[in-house]
Design a protein around this ligand. Structure first.
Ligand SMILES: Nc1ncnc2c1ncn2[C@@H]1O[C@H](COP(=O)(O)OP(=O)(O)OP(=O)(O)O)[C@@H](O)[C@H]1O
Length: 599
C-alpha cells in the first residue's frame, strides 16, 4: 500500500473582523429577538440619560430664575418618570444580555468539548490538560466578557454618548464644537493600550494553563508528593506560577487603567473650556444659567460612557485573543477520521493483519520499522519483547488511535482506514495497564462499554471478571461510588472492573495490554481463567511482560527495536534458543529466586 502522509493542517490566524463576523453570524444571530430587546432597552436608557441632562434647563430657568410655580409638579413628575424608565430599562438589558451570554458560553463550551474529544490522541499529548481546561473556562469567560461589553458598549454607551452629544449641540452648537475638538486626541493612546493588553492577556492565559496543569498533577499524584516530602517544593512551584499570574494581572490592570488619567485630563480640559466660554456668556447675559447647566450636566454625564467605550477596546482586545484560541479548538480537524467513502465493518470475524507497518511518533525516531504479523480469526497472539520494542504502539494502530505512517493495518482484509471509526472500534474491547475509572458507581463504570446493559448483564460480566464478590462487599454494592480514577478501590479491584467492562462489550476482538498486571496471584488465577473463557472464539492480541501468561497463545511475536525478531509457539521459540528463550530463562530464574511460590 502506498505510503500515506496525513499532514495536520495548521490553523490559520483569524482576523478580528472574521472573529466578529463569526460570533455575530453563528452565536449572536440565533438569539436576535433577545438582542433586539436588549438594544431597545439600551436605546431607552440612552434617551432617558440625555433627557435627565436636558431637564436641567427648564428646572433652572423655569423654577429658579423665573420662579414659575406651575412647573414644579410637571417637572418633578417628568424627572421621576425619566429615572424610573432609566432604572427599569437598565435592569432589563442587564438581565437579557446575561441570559444571551450564558447561552452563548454554553454553546461554545459544548462545541469545544465535542471537537476536543474527537481530536487525535496525539494532540492530547501535545497540549497539556491544564491548558485545555483553561480554554474551557478562562478563554470562554473572557470571550463572553468581550461580547457582553461589546453589545453594552455599542448599545448603551454609544447611544447614550450620541444622545448626550445631541443635547449639547442642541443647547449650544458653538460651545459643543469647541468642546469636541478634544475628543479625537483620546483615540491613539487608547488603541495602543489595547494592543499591549492583548499581549499581556495571551501570556496570562498561558500561565493559567500551567497553573491548572500543576494543580491537576499535584492533586492526582498526591501520594507521591507526600512520599517524597515534596509538599514544600510543590508549594514553591505553585507559588511561582501564581505570582506570575498575579504580576501579569497587575500589569494588565496598570496598562488598562492608563486610559483613565488621559481621559480625566482631557475631560477636565473640556470642562475648563465650557466654564470659560459658557460662563462668560452667562455673565454677559447672552445665555441662560439653565442652558449652561444643562450643557455641563450632559458633558459630565458623557464622561462615564466615554470612559467605558475607551476601555471597551481593552476588553475587546483580550476577548479577541481568547476567541482566537477558542475557535482554534472548535476548528481543529482530526487527521484520524472517517474517509469520505468509509464503510461500516459488519459481522466481523476478527482477523488482524499488519503488513510492513512503519510508524514513528516523532519524525526522526521510528517506533515500528516494517512490522508484518497476522492474528487469524478466533486465535490468540501475544506480543512480547523488551521495553520500548513497540508492543503498545502496535496495539494503538488497530483501533486507529494512531495511523501507520507506512504499510497497512487490516481487519478481515479491510484496511482500517477504509472503515468507519465507530464500526471499527465497536468490534474491539481494550483492557490496558493504565486503568481508567470514572467518578461514578461501580455499575456505571462496568456499563461504560454498553450503557444499555441490564443489571443481570453487568453482574454476569462482573462474575466473569472475578469482581462480583468484592463488589457485593462494597458499602453500596453496585451503587458504590468509586471516586476519581477509582481511588476508593485497590489496584486489583480496579483492574477487575476494567476487565468486566471489556467482557460486557462482548466484542469479537480483544486487545489486552498487560491485563493481569495489577492482580495478586489469586485474583490473577481467577481473572486468567475468566479471560481464557472470554478469549475462546475471539481474536486476541495481548501484550505481556510476564511470559508465563502468554505460554498458551497460539502464536507469539517477539519484538525488538520496532521489528519482529521471532515468531512461533512457546515451545518452538524455546527450542529456537533466541531472544524469547533468553527472556524466558531470565524470567523463570528470577521467579525461582524471588518468588516463594512455585511458578
Ligand atoms: N506518545 C509517544 N510519543 C513519543 N514517543 C512515544 C510515545 N509512546 C511511545 N513512544 C516511543 O515509542 C517506542 C515504542 O514504545 P511502546 O510503548 O510501543 O513500547 P512497548 O514495547 O510497549 O514498551 P513497554 O513494554 O515498556 O510498555 C519507545 O521508544 C517509546 O519511547
Amino acid at each position: 500500500m502506498a505510503q500515506r502522509k496525513d499532514k495536520k493542517p495548521q490553523p490559520r490566524r483569524l482576523s478580528d473582523r472574521e472573529i466578529s463576523q463569526r460570533l455575530l453570524r453563528n452565536y449572536i444571530r440565533p438569539h436576535w429577538p433577545k438582542v433586539v430587546m436588549a438594544l431597545v432597552c439600551m436605546a431607552l436608557t440612552a434617551a432617558t440619560t440625555a433627557a435627565s441632562a436636558w431637564v436641567m434647563k427648564p428646572v433652572i430657568d423655569g423654577i429658579f430664575t423665573e420662579r414659575n410655580g406651575a412647573l414644579l409638579w410637571p417637572l418633578a413628575t417628568a424627572v421621576m418618570v425619566i429615572f424610573l424608565v432609566k432604572g427599569v430599562t437598565g435592569y432589563a438589558q442587564g438581565v437579557i444580555l446575561n441570559n444571551v451570554g450564558r447561552l452563548i458560553i454554553a454553546e461554545l463550551q459544548v462545541r469545544m468539548f465535542r471537537n476536543r474529544v474527537r481530536a487525535d490522541l496525539a494532540s492530547f499529548h501535545d497540549t497539556s490538560s491544564g491548558r485545555m481546561v483553561s480554554h474551557f473556562t478562562n478563554d470562554v469567560q473572557s470571550m463572553y466578557g468581550a461580547v457582553a461589553t461589546g453589545i453594552t458598549g455599542i448599545g448603551r454607551d454609544l447611544l447614550s454618548l450620541i444622545a448626550l452629544i445631541a443635547v449639547m449641540f442642541y443647547t449650544d452648537i458653538e460651545l459643543a464644537a469647541a468642546t469636541f475638538v478634544i475628543f479625537p486626541l483620546t483615540v491613539l493612546p487608547v488603541l495602543q493600550i489595547g494592543k499591549r493588553i492583548r499581549k499581556i492577556t495571551g501570556k496570562t492565559f498561558t500561565q493559567y494553563g500551567s497553573l491548572n496543569n500543576h494543580l491537576g498533577q499535584v492533586f492526582q499524584g498526591i501520594r507521591h508528593v507526600k512520599a517524597y516530602n515534596a509538599e514544600e517544593r510543590e508549594t514553591n512551584r505553585a507559588a511561582k506560577i501564581i505570582n506570575e499570574v498575579s504580576r501579569l494581572r497587575q500589569k494588565a490592570m496598570r496598562v488598562s487603567s492608563a486610559t483613565n488619567p488621559i481621559l480625566e485630563t482631557l475631560s477636565g480640559l473640556a470642562i475648563v473650556i465650557v466654564i470659560l466660554y459658557g460662563g462668560n456668556e452667562v455673565v454677559s447675559g447672552s445665555r441662560t444659567p439653565g442652558s449652561f447647566f444643562s450643557f455641563i450636566a450632559a458633558l459630565l454625564m458623557a464622561y462615564e460612557p466615554l470612559k467605558r467605550l475607551a476601555s471597551l477596546h481593552n476588553t475587546l482586545s483580550s476577548g479577541f485573543a481568547a476567541a482566537e484560541r477558542v475557535f482554534e479548538t472548535i476548528d481543529e480537524v482530526p487527521t484520524i477520521r472517517d474517509a469520505p467513502d468509509a464503510i461500516a465493518l459488519e459481522s466481523c470475524r476478527g482477523r488482524i493483519t499488519l503488513t510492513d507497518v512503519q510508524f514513528s511518533y516523532s519524525p526522526k525516531i521510528p517506533a515500528l520499522r516494517g512490522v508484518t504479523l497476522e492474528v487469524p480469526a478466533g486465535k490468540t497472539a501475544a506480543l512480547v519483547g523488551p521495553s520500548g520494542a513497540g508492543k503498545s504502539t502496535i496495539l494503538n494502530l488497530i483501533p486507529r488511535f494512531y495511523d501507520a505512517t507506512g504499510g497497512s493495518v487490516a481487519i478481515d482484509g479491510h484496511d482500517v482506514r477504509s472503515l468507519t471509526l465507530d464500526s471499527l472500534r465497536g468490534q474491539m474491547a481494550l483492557v490496558s495497564q493504565e486503568i481508567t475509572l470514572f467518578d461514578d458507581t461501580v455499575r456505571a463504570n462496568i456499563a461504560y462499554s454498553r450503557p444499555s446493559a441490564t443489571q443481570e448483564e453487568v453482574e454476569a460480566a462482573a462474575r466473569g471478571a472475578a469482581a462480583h464478590e468484592f463488589i457485593l462487599r462494597l458499602p453500596k454494592g453496585y451503587d458504590t461510588l468509586v471516586g476519581e480514577q477509582g481511588v476508593k478501590l485497590s489496584g486489583g479491584q480496579r483492574q477487575r472492573l476494567s476487565i468486566a467492562r471489556a467482557m460486557l462489550k462482548n466484542a469479537p476482538i480483544l486487545l489486552l495490554d498487560e491485563a493481569t498486571s495489577a492482580l495478586d496471584t489469586e485474583s490473577e488465577r481467577q481473572v486468567q481463567a475468566a479471560l481464557t473463557q472470554l478469549m475462546a472464539g475471539r481474536t486476541t492480541l495481548m501484550i505481556a511482560h510476564r511470559l508465563s501468561t502468554v505460554r498458551n497463545a497460539d502464536l507469539i511475536y517477539v519484538l525488538d527495536h520496532g521489528r519482529v525478531a521471532e515468531i512461533g509457539s512457546h515451545a518452538e521459540l524455546i527450542a529456537g534458543g533466541g531472544l524469547y528463550a533468553r527472556l524466558w530463562a531470565l524470567q523463570t530464574a528470577d521467579d525461582e529466586e524471588l518468588s516463594p511460590w512455585p511458578v
